[in-house]
Ligand binder design. Structure first.
Ligand code: URA
Length: 219
């Protein structure tokens, strides 16, 4: 797998990541969502460098010019609900993309920290020969990403796969690297050391869904 860990370079992306991690700044829900959206835009811009391009002749008011434009049929799939701001950021740049949504949540069957990933909702166009961008803001264990991809299989075989995430744990990165083929790209804004016993990324940022949209009751 091609792993692009963008925090290895200094850029404004690290400011956005710092703000979503910061226990004070992250309390501002609108700023939190906006920062995730901005991270989606930066990751989308970097990802765009790995897409296919064709030459298109553009007519300006003065003349014609040849431009290189994206030649991929993109399907942008996000995992609900935390994925919505990241999806919006990616869609700001890939506004021509088709869209897919999948719900995945952690179900704890007893009081232990163990959980299974439940998929309840899936809306997806044809994926055959398309470029799939699969976005999950927090790549913790990697199981949501893999479960989502398994659920997408009946919709066709994509030509290329790009995984997008804001913060991952090394364990989750290793898990998806083992599962996806070597041509898959992972675009990620930061990779943290570890997971705690509840499967949260440490240092991470907490619960991205709750920080974006407020607390929820467990069921
Ligand atoms: N989901 C989150 O929102 N945060 C984590 O740390 C892990 C999964």
């Amino acid at each position: 797998m091609h792993i692009h860990n963008l925090s290895q370079q200094n850029s404004v992306l690290n400011t956005f990541i710092s703000e979503i991690r910061d226990v004070t700044i992250q309390k501002d829900q609108m700023r939190f969502r906006k920062n995730i959206e901005r991270i989606g835009e930066v990751l989308g811009y970097e990802l765009s460098k790995a897409l296919h391009y064709k030459t298109s002749v553009i007519t300006t008011p003065l003349s014609n010019c040849r431009m290189s434009v994206i030649d991929n049929d993109i399907v942008l799939c996000s995992i609900l609900r935390a994925g919505i701001p990241l999806h919006n950021g990616l869609l700001n740049y890939f506004d021509m993309a088709e869209n897919a949504f999948i719900s995945a949540y952690r179900h704890h069957s007893d009081s232990s920290d163990d959980f299974e990933i439940i998929v309840e909702y899936l809306a997806c166009p044809d994926l055959e020969n398309k470029t799939l961008i699969l976005a999950d803001p927090m790549l913790a264990t990697g199981r949501s990403m893999v479960t989502a991809f398994e659920a997408l299989k009946p919709f066709g075989t994509p030509k290329d796969i790009h995984l997008v995430s804001t913060i991952g744990a090394q364990e989750g990165v290793d898990y998806v690297e083992k599962y996806f083929d070597k041509h898959t790209h992972l675009w990620i804004a930061a990779i943290d050391e570890t997971l705690n016993e509840k499967g949260y990324i440490v240092p991470g940022l907490g619960d991205a869904g709750d920080l974006s949209f407020g607390d929820k009751l467990q069921h």
